[in-house]
Design a protein around this ligand. Structure first.
Ligand code: ZN
Length: 222
C-alpha cells in the first residue's frame, strides 16, 4: 500500500513523505535488554522513504530473512525545515505525533554489527517503517507521552517519553545538527524494552497517550 501521512481525525495532510531519522538505544531498559552500552550521544540512523508503510490493515514482514522484531516508538511528523535548531525552536516544527514500528531484521543486524558494517539492510528495507495516523501536537506534553503495544492481546511494550535518554526537544536539535529535517520527514524517538519477533498472523494493537489507537495484522511477504 502506498504510504501517505494522515491525520487521525480525517483532515488532509499534504506533507510529502520523506526520510525517517531514528535513534537507537534511547531507553535505558532497552539498552540493557540488548546487552549494549549506553551511548554518550544519540545513535542515529535513517530509514529511506521507501521503507514507509501504513501502520494499519496488514503489515508485511520479509519471509526467509531471519527474525523480524517490532520496536514500538513515538513518531514525530516534521512540518517545517529544521537545520541546526536549538531545542526550544525544534519543538515548534512538529506537525503531528503518532506511533511507528521500527521493524528490524534482528539476526541480520547482529551479523552486520559483528562485522562492523552499517545496519541499513536490517532496518531500511522496503516496509521497515510502519507509521500510524498522527494527531496534532496541540496540548500534548512531549515529556509525558505514554504508549503501549499489545501483541495478540498481551501487553509487550509500555513506554513513557519521560524516560527518554535524549528527550524530544534535545533529540530534534541534535538530529538537526547533522541532517536537515524537511517538511514531511519523520523522527522515531526510540523503543522501550520488550522488543521481540513477529510471526505471520500476529495482531498488533498500539495506543498513544489516550489519543490514538491503531491496529494491524502481520502477514509474510515472500
Ligand atoms: Zn528503534
Amino acid at each position: 500500500m502506498t504510504y501517505r501521512h494522515r491525520f487521525a481525525e480525517g483532515s488532509r495532510c499534504d506533507l510529502p513523505p520523506g526520510k525517517a531519522v531514528c535513534v537507537g538505544l534511547n531507553y535505558a531498559a532497552h539498552v540493557a535488554e540488548m546487552n549494549s552500552a549506553a551511548a554518550a550521544e544519540p545513535v542515529l540512523f535513517i530509514k529511506p522513504r521507501t521503507a514507509l508503510v501504513p501502520f494499519a490493515g496488514e503489515i508485511a514482514i520479509p519471509a526467509g530473512r531471519g527474525a523480524c522484531h517490532f520496536e514500538t516508538e513515538v513518531a514525530l511528523l516534521i512540518g517545517a525545515p529544521l537545520r541546526r535548531a536549538p531545542p526550544e525552536a525544534a519543538l515548534q516544527a512538529v506537525a503531528g505525533v503518532g506511533l511507528a514500528l521500527d521493524l528490524t531484521l534482528r539476526d541480520l543486524q547482529g551479523q552486520l554489527k559483528a562485522a562492523g558494517h552499517p545496519w541499513e539492510r536490517a532496518k531500511g528495507f522496503d516496509g521497515a517503517c510502519a507509521v500510524s495516523e498522527v494527531v496534532p501536537p496541540t496540548g500534548l506534553d512531549f515529556s509525558a507521552l505514554s504508549f503501549s503495544l499489545e501483541l495478540n492481546g498481551i501487553c509487550r511494550q509500555r513506554g513513557h517519553t519521560g524516560d527518554l535518554l535524549a528527550p524530544i526537544p534535545e533529540l530534534l536539535s541534535h538530529i538537526s545538527q547533522w541532517f536537515t529535517l524537511e517538511p514531511g520527514d519523520l523522527v522515531l524517538t526510540g523503543t522501550p524494552e520488550g522488543v521481540g519477533p513477529l510471526t505471520a498472523g500476529d495482531l498488533l494493537e498500539a495506543e498513544l497517550a489516550g489519543s490514538l489507537r491503531v491496529s494491524a495484522r502481520v502477514i509474510a511477504r515472500s
